[in-house]
Every structure is written in structure tokens, then in C-alpha cells.
Design a protein around this ligand. Structure first.
Ligand code: 5GP
Length: 205
């Protein structure tokens, strides 16, 4: 008997290492897939439409909002991002667990609409380390880095309503913690209940 796929929602301030962590565990766990979001931002070098994002125009995005096609959507750093209901349903009904890398605004909407989802917040070890990482990327101007640090302080206020916190100081340890969260979730009684009943039939109290 196949169980319905689980939903894991991961948020983090920019520079905390969320994307690398998510990629690492998707490479390790065969039943876990990245949920492909829709966005109005332009593709970056190396990004592939349909794999990294579904890249759409603002008009297409607006039409999807009007149709109610998104389970959540938000304006993040000047671009629109959203998770389509169809992306979630096709993955979950096939038994695949889905990892959603989305911002706190979208995560809060999902908390309302998908209360069975698991919410994980990834933190940098300190603001000093976050600043060091953002500067080390050498992709942003000093002004953009300041903005990202400012945004990080605001985003981190949200962490307390998430189910789990992962402090990404040591990458391997953070990746193990993330795997442990996923493994423990998959063993929850409410997750395994139907499967166990198929194996053993009704077991009375
Ligand atoms: P990037 O453009 O760097 O890939 O992502 C920028 C931000 O948008 C990140 O914080 C990322 O988690 C967030 N994001 C990506 N996809 C979604 C989505 O579908 N919904 C929401 N709310 N945020 C998203």
C-alpha cells in the first residue's frame, strides 16, 4: 500500500545555505523530490525551465492567481513566486515526498492550507558568519548585502512557529540533522497508520 507523499517546507534567510542543504538530501533520499515553483524572475545562467522553476510572465502568473491555481504565492525580492496546487498534488498522490524551498510568507500560507506539512527553518550560525558568506559570494554589491542582512533579521523573527530549526554551522552535521527530521517524520504513527493496518489488519486496543 502506497502512502500519500509528505510535504516538507524549508525556509531560510539568503546565505544560510538552504539550497545546498536541500540539494544534498534530495541526492541522498530516492523518494524525495524538489517541488518546482512558478516565478516571474528571469532564469539565471544554467537554470532550466521546468527543472529549476517554471519561468512565466507576470500576466501568466496573474492569471494563475485569479484561477486559484496556487496553494501559496508571494512577492520575494521584487519577483513573484508560487507553488501550483497541481505540482503538489501530482507529486503527493504518486507517493513522492516533496521539499518546498519557499520564503516565510509562502510558508505561513501553507501552514493554513496544509496543516500536515512539516516546517523547517535553516539558520546561519551567526549574523557575522552570514555577512561573511554573503560577501564571499562576490555576486552582490555592498548595498544588496546590507539589504539581505536587514531582510535576514526580519525573516528570522518567523522561525519560532516552524517545527524544526537547523543551524547550518557545519554543513555535514546540518545535512544529517535534516535527514534525521525527515526520517523521524516518516515514522510518525499518523503517517504509518494506514500502511500498518494493511499489513496487520485491524488490531483492537
Ligand atoms: P531565488 O530567486 O534565489 O531562487 O529565490 C528567492 C527566494 O524565493 C528564496 O527565498 C526562495 O525560497 C523563494 N521561493 C522560491 N520559490 C518559491 C515559492 O514557490 N513560493 C514562495 N513563497 N517563495 C519561493
Amino acid at each position: 500500500m502506497q502512502r500519500r507523499g509528505l510535504l516538507y517546507v524549508v525556509s531560510a534567510p539568503s546565505g544560510a545555505g538552504k539550497t545546498s542543504l536541500c540539494k544534498a538530501i534530495i541526492d541522498i533520499l530516492p523518494n524525495l523530490r524538489h517541488s518546482v515553483s512558478h516565478t516571474t524572475r528571469s532564469p539565471r545562467t544554467g537554470e532550466v525551465d521546468g527543472r529549476d522553476y517554471h519561468f512565466v510572465s507576470k500576466a501568466e502568473f496573474d492569471a494563475m492567481v485569479t484561477e486559484g491555481a496556487f496553494v501559496e504565492w508571494a512577492l520575494v525580492h521584487g519577483n513573484f513566486y508560487g507553488t501550483a496546487v497541481s505540482s503538489l498534488e501530482s507529486g503527493r498522490s504518486g507517493g513522492c515526498d516533496l521539499l518546498l524551498e519557499i520564503d516565510c510568507q509562502g510558508a505561513a500560507q501553507l501552514k493554513e492550507r496544509c496543516p500536515d506539512a512539516i516546517f523547517i527553518f535553516v539558520l546561519p550560525p551567526s549574523f557575522q558568519e552570514l555577512e561573511r558568506r554573503l560577501k564571499g559570494r562576490q555576486t552582490d554589491t555592498a548595498e544588496v548585502i546590507e539589504q539581505r542582512l536587514h531582510n535576514a533579521r526580519i525573516e528570522m523573527r518567523e522561525m519560532f512557529w516552524y517545527d524544526y530549526l537547523v543551524i547550518n554551522d557545519n554543513f555535514d552535521l546540518a545535512s544529517q540533522q535534516l535527514q534525521a527530521i525527515l526520517a523521524a517524520t516518516a515514522c510518525r504513527t499518523e503517517v504509518l497508520k494506514d500502511q500498518v493496518q494493511c499489513l496487520f489488519g485491524e488490531i483492537g486496543p
